[in-house]
Design a protein around this ligand. Structure first.
Ligand code: PSV
Ligand code: MN
Ligand code: MN
Length: 423
C-alpha cells in the first residue's frame, strides 16, 4: 500500500471523533471557510539540516535511520509533507547539501510534490581544501582576499539555487569579535556591506537576499550583524531585493519580537522567518514548545500587517523552520513544529480585528486583552486537522508516523547507525 493510502485508512478510523470535534468548533466560529482555505494553502519550508539529530554542540545521539544524502533528505521531507501537507518545500544548506545531479534531485523533489525554498550559504566553517580560513570572519574580514573568497562562495550558492528554481539566498554570518578592541566596528560593518553589495549584484532579477541577524554565538562580544537594526540598515543600503530574516532564537531574552516583526513588515523589509523556540538563547527547540503565546502574538502582527498591505499570507514572505535537537526523532520534531506554526496562524486569523481596533481606539486595555486571548484560548486543533484532511494528509501526523512504523522502515533500509550528513 502507498503511504497516502495508509494515511487514508488510518484517517477513516479517526473520522467520526474528528467530525464531532470539528463541527462543535465550526458551530462557534463565523470564519471557518476562510480560515480553512488559508490553512490549506499555507506551507512551511523544512531545513535540510534538521533531518538528523543535532541541535547541541556537545554530542549527537542518532536514533538510527537518518538520511545519508540529499536524496534521502528529500524523501524524509516528502514523508513529512505526505503526513501534514504543509511542508511542501525544502531549504538547502550549501555545501552541506550540494546536488551532484541537479536534474535527478529536481525530479525526486517533484515526485514528492516538493520545491526548493531559499538556499543558505555557509561561511561560518572552513571547508576541506579551502585556501583561506574564516577563523576571523568572512564577509567582514580585515583581509580582502578572505572577503572575496566568501563572496565567491555566496555567488556559487546563488547559481546552485538557480538550477533548483530557488528564489532567495539566505545569509547568516558568524562574523564578529569575542573581545573588546579585537575589531573596528565601523570597518567590519563597511566591509560586510561591500561584500553583500557584490553578492547582491549577482542576484537574478527575481531573487531576494535575506539577511539574518544574531546578537551572540559563536562570537560573544559583538556580532557584525547583531540585531534587526543592523540587518535592516544593510538591507536598506543594498536595495529592494534585500530584506531582514527573523530567526526567533536570535534575540536577547525578553525581546519583543512581535514589535520587530510589525515594523519590518511596515517597511516592506520582512524577508521571513526561521521558526524555533527557546528558553535561554539560540536553543533551536521545537516551535511552540516553550512560548506558544509569543508565537501567537507574532502571527497576530503578521496577519494584521499583511492584510493591511494586501499581501498573500502564503507566499509574500519566507516561512521556514530552523530547529533541531538530539532527543527527538527529527521528523516527529518537525511535524510538531509545523503544527505549532499552523495553530498560531489559525488562532491569529480568529482575532476579532474590528473589535480590537475599536477597543484600541478607546484605550480599553482590558477589552484588548480579552479579544486577543479569546482567540488564543480557542482550541483550533480540529480546524487545523480538517484543513489537513481536505488536502489528504493525516488527521494526526505524529500518531500516523508512529502507527505506520515509518522510522522503523527507514532504519531497516538505511541502518541503525545512519547519521545525517551536513551539520
Ligand atoms: C546558527 O545560529 C544558525 O542556527 C543560524 O540560525 C542559521 O540560520 C543556521 O544556523 C543555519 O546556518
Ligand atoms: Mn536561523
Ligand atoms: Mn540559530
Amino acid at each position: 500500500m502507498q503511504l497516502t493510502e495508509k494515511i487514508q485508512s488510518l484517517n477513516e478510523r479517526q473520522l467520526a471523533a474528528h467530525r464531532h470535534r470539528f463541527e462543535f468548533l465550526a458551530g462557534q466560529l463565523s470564519s471557518t471557510a476562510d480560515v480553512l482555505a488559508k490553512l490549506r494553502k499555507f506551507q512551511v519550508a523544512i531545513p535540510s539540516w534538521a533531518l538528523g539529530t543535532g541541535g547541541t554542540r556537545f554530542g549527537r545521539f542518532s536514533g538510527g535511520g537518518e538520511p545519508r544524502n540529499l536524496s534521502e533528505k528529500i524523501a524524509d521531507v516528502g514523508v513529512l509533507h505526505a503526513l501534514n501537507r504543509s511542508g511542501g518545500s525544502m531549504s538547502l544548506h550549501i555545501p552541506w547539501d550540494v546536488p551532484d545531479d541537479v536534474e535527478a534531485i529536481r525530479a525526486e523533489a517533484g515526485a514528492w510534490g516538493l520545491r526548493f525554498d531559499a538556499v543558505n550559504s555557509n561561511t561560518f566553517q572552513d571547508q576541506p581544501g579551502q585556501p583561506l580560513s574564516y577563523k576571523f570572519g568572512s564577509l567582514h574580514h580585515v583581509d580582502s582576499a578572505v572577503r572575496k573568497q566568501a563572496v565567491r562562495h555566496n555567488i556559487e550558492v546563488i547559481r546552485q539555487g538557480e538550477a533548483l528554481s530557488s528564489k532567495a539566498l539566505s545569509v547568516w554570518l558568524s562574523d564578529g569579535s569575542n573581545f573588546p578592541g579585537q575589531l573596528n566596528f565601523r570597518r567590519a560593518f563597511q566591509n560586510t556591506l561591500e561584500s553583500l553589495q557584490e553578492i547582491y549584484a549577482a542576484l537574478p532579477a527575481d531573487w531576494q537576499l535575506w539577511i539574518e541577524y544574531k546578537p551572540f554565538e559563536p562570537n560573544f562580544y559583538a556580532t557584525t550583524i547583531g540585531d534587526w537594526g543592523q540587518s535592516l540598515l544593510l538591507a536598506n543600503k543594498l536595495g529592494p531585493k534585500a530584506a531582514t530574516l527573523v530567526d526567533l532564537g536570535h534575540h536577547l531574552p525578553n525581546t519583543n519580537i512581535e514589535q520587530i516583526v510589525s515594523l519590518l513588515l511596515m517597511e516592506g523589509k520582512l524577508a521571513g522567518f526561521h521558526f524555533n523556540d527557546s528558553k535561554y538563547g539560540d536553543d533551536d527547540l521545537t516551535v511552540g514548545s516553550i512560548n506558544p503565546y509569543q508565537l501567537f502574538l507574532i502571527f497576530c502582527e503578521l496577519v494584521e500587517g499583511m492584510d493591511q498591505r494586501q499581501m498573500d499570507h502564503a507566499t509574500a514572505i519566507g516561512w521556514m523552520i530552523d530547529a533541531s535537537h538530539n532527543v527527538k526523532d527529527p521528523i516527529e520534531d518537525l511535524l510538531q513544529s509545523v503544527e505549532a506554526i499552523k495553530i498560531a496562524y489559525a488562532q491569529a486569523l480568529l482575532v476579532d480585528r474590528p473589535a480590537l481596533q475599536v477597543a484600541q481606539q478607546e484605550n480599553d486595555t482590558v477589552r484588548c486583552q480579552e479579544i486577543l486571548q479569546a482567540a488564543y484560548r480557542t482550541d483550533v486543533r480540529p480546524l487545523v486537522a480538517e484543513a489537513r484532511l481536505r488536502e489528504n494528509g493525516a488527521l494526526d501526523p505524529v500518531g500516523a508516523f508512529r502507527t505506520l512504523g515509518i522510522r522503523n522502515e527507514l532504519t531497516a533500509r538505511r541502518g541503525s547507525d545512519a547519521i545525517a550528513t551536513g551539520l
